[in-house]
Write a protein that binds this ligand. Structure first.
Ligand SMILES: Nc1nc2c(ncn2[C@@H]2O[C@H](COP(=O)(O)OP(=O)(O)OP(=O)(O)O)[C@@H](O)[C@H]2O)c(=O)[nH]1
Length: 624
């Protein structure tokens, strides 16, 4: 018996937890749906409230005309050894009601709180626990009475709405139906029996209760019904005699009413032989025992559902991420871990494994050579410009042997053209890296839930990339300037040794006439002759081509060294240093999540907690 008692207590506990989580059926296969329960159904004035109060041994249900019960009332009865009776509502857990008049008022008020005063109905249950030495352990759900017509002020659909709500309860295969019918009415027309027959045709989970036996016409009795001949159910019928309206008006108390009911059956000529199986006290015991039995049978399937749900919830938590730690150290650790996860993805992009790094090679292999090829050296080294630069370089005194200053100016001028493609390579690689940062953030699974941290990492990484870009730009410009600062003398020595080598055939023909050493002064009268200028232009051009080859090779080296290697090595180094010195509040802010996701996680965590503790409770009870 001890186990039995704890079984109902266990289900009560799980039911209360379900309501706290907002689980009261209608959402598919929930825990609530699978828990065994006893639902009280009956037509209006069939005596539902009277039966419930009689089972409890207390007046506590709201009375009045029309539809009084407008929300399901989950009534959990807990037998105590001794002491005063009291009631507690789940919606007001701190308050103990010892005055049952106040309980009645609270049920009415709480009904109105959800439904308004509009007499609407709601399927959100009110949970009431009653602790008393005069009850048996039992959970009953009181449902609105089935009606046939809507009264003044109620919506047209109320009749249908009530039936639908009652149906959602009694349809569950784990619901025990307490079908209340008045004896002074033909059983075939009973609303309760009609509904029960619909959802439980074999009658295996329906308990028939016949009220108002004392109000039957003289000379008639309900023995046919009570002995199961009029309407066959697999569970026994129970006859009840509640207080009449007159008794209620006279404030006949429940204990006295129970005694009178017992006397009625014991002394009744019609029902005397059934007396031990009649009355509200017997009904309470019968239901309690049956409920225990059903719970015991259902435990394996409840555990199976709980286990399945725990697995599903865990899988979902894994998907959306586990809850975040609250202490600063753990948060810092988490932030650094997330940064590292990002860094790993970023490196995969650079090193291969993920696409994108190859675009950097593309800059060096296509963009840079193409830009170098487009440099306007043809125009710069045109005869006219060569003449202009050389003449300007000579100043008031024309050069005597070779135009040394002119060469230097021409070469300097040409080299400065390389700055453009050098800087463009730096920028192109910068944009590739920036894009890789963006992609890597989007692809870092672990970061998905932290939009604030994503922004922080993007900002920090881009700041670093800017810095690398500045450094890289300085370096490549320096490479170009270095080419100007010291020319390769060897190149010109070789040129002097092989004077004709760099001339193209057409130049040779034109130059055939003067036949002097073309590197020597080409003054004819007061102007430089054409072949002499052409010669200078072509020499400079050859030198520039050599510089161009060098830079085509060295610019990529500088860019990779300053930007790519640096990004790979220390993209977030500054960020780590900043984060390390941040206050706890700022760390929490960095781990701000999408609020919807957070809400969802809280919901899952609560549900998980309920399911795990329910499983523990069931285990504890079953092993006792
Ligand atoms: N004499 C007698 N009167 C009863 C019996 N059962 C209920 N009544 C009376 O019938 C009336 C309706 O009873 P309730 O218990 O309020 O019936 P209900 O089904 O809860 O009614 P609603 O909540 O209005 O749907 C009350 O006046 C009760 O006193 C009974 O067994 N004998």
């Amino acid at each position: 018996m001890a186990t039995m008692t704890s079984l109902i207590g266990l289900i009560n506990k799980i039911q209360r937890a379900c309501t706290l989580l907002g689980d009261h059926g209608g959402q598919g296969m929930s825990l609530w749906e699978i828990l065994p329960s006893v639902a009280v159904v009956g037509g209006q004035s069939s005596g539902k409230s009277s039966v419930l109060e009689s089972v409890v041994g207390r007046d506590f249900l709201p009375r009045g005309s029309g539809i009084v019960t407008r929300r399901p009332l989950v009534l959990q009865l807990h037998k105590t050894e001794s002491g005063t009776e009291y009631a507690e509502f789940l919606h007001a857990p701190k308050k103990r009601f010892t005055d049952f008049v106040a309980v009645r008022k609270e049920i009415a008020d709480e009904t109105d709180r959800i439904t308004g005063k509009t007499k609407q109905i709601s399927n959100i249950p009110i949970h009431l626990s009653i602790y008393s030495p005069n009850v048996v352990n039992l959970t009953l759900i009181d449902l609105p009475g089935l009606t046939k017509v809507a009264v003044e002020g109620q919506s047209e659909t109320i009749v249908e709405d009530i039936e639908n709500m009652v149906r959602t309860y009694v349809e569950k295969p784990n619901c025990i139906i307490l079908a209340i019918s008045p004896a002074n009415q033909d059983i075939a027309t009973s609303d309760a029996i009609k509904l029960a027959r619909d959802v439980d045709p074999s009658g295996e989970r329906t308990f028939g209760v016949l009220t108002k036996l004392d109000l039957m016409d003289k000379g008639t009795n309900a023995v046919d019904v009570l002995e199961g001949r009029a309407y066959r159910l697999q569970q026994p019928w129970v006859g009840i005699v509640n207080r009449s309206q007159a008794d209620i008006n006279k404030n006949v108390d429940m204990i006295l009413a129970r005694r009178k009911e017992r006397e009625y059956f014991e002394t009744s000529p019609d029902y005397g032989h059934l007396a031990s199986r009649m009355g509200s006290e017997y009904l309470a015991k019968l239901l309690s025992e049956h409920l225990e039995l059903v719970i015991r049978q259902r435990i394996p399937s409840i555990i199976a559902l709980i286990n399945k749900t725990i697995d599903e919830l865990n899988a979902e938590l894994d998907r959306i991420g586990r809850p975040i730690a609250t202490d600063g150290g753990a948060q810092l650790y988490m932030i650094l871990e997330l940064c590292r996860a990002f860094d790993r993805v970023f490196k995969e992009h650079l090193d291969g494994g993920r696409p994108g790094g190859d675009r950097i090679f593309g800059v060096f292999d296509n963009q840079l050579p193409a830009a170098l090829k487009k440099l306007p050296f043809d125009r710069y080294l045109s005869l006219k410009n060569v003449q202009k630069v050389v003449t300007e370089a000579d100043g008031y005194q024309p050069h005597l042997i070779a135009p040394e200053q002119g060469y230097r100016r021409l070469i300097d001028g040409a080299i400065s053209y390389f700055k453009g493609p050098a800087e463009a390579s730096v920028d192109a690689v910068h944009y590739v890296l920036k894009e890789l940062v963006r992609k890597s953030i989007a692809e870092t699974q672990e970061l998905k839930r932290f939009p604030s941290l994503q922004t922080d990492i993007a900002t920090a990484a881009n700041e670093s990339l800017e810095k690398f870009r500045d450094e890289s730009r300085k370096t490549v410009l320096r490479l170009v300037e270095m080419e100007s600062s010291y020319l390769t003398a060897d190149f010109f020595r070789k040129l002097n040794a092989e004077p004709e080598k760099n001339l193209n055939p057409s130049d040779k023909k034109k130059n055939a006439e003067p036949a002097k050493n073309p590197n020597q002064s080409g003054h004819t009268g007061d102007r430089l002759n054409e072949s002499y200028l052409r010669r200078i232009g072509s020499n400079v051009n050859a030198y520039i081509a050599m510089v161009c080859d060098t830079l085509r090779n060295t610019i990529p080296k500088a860019v990779v060294y300053c930007q790519v290697k640096e990004a790979r090595r220390s993209l977030l180094t500054n960020f780590y240093a900043q984060v390390g010195s941040r206050e706890k509040e700022r760390l929490s802010a960095m781990l701000d999540e999408d609020p919807q996701l957070m809400e969802r996680r809280i919901q899952i965590a609560k549900r998980l907690e309920l399911y795990i503790s329910s499983r523990d409770d069931i285990d504890a009870v079953c092993w006792k």
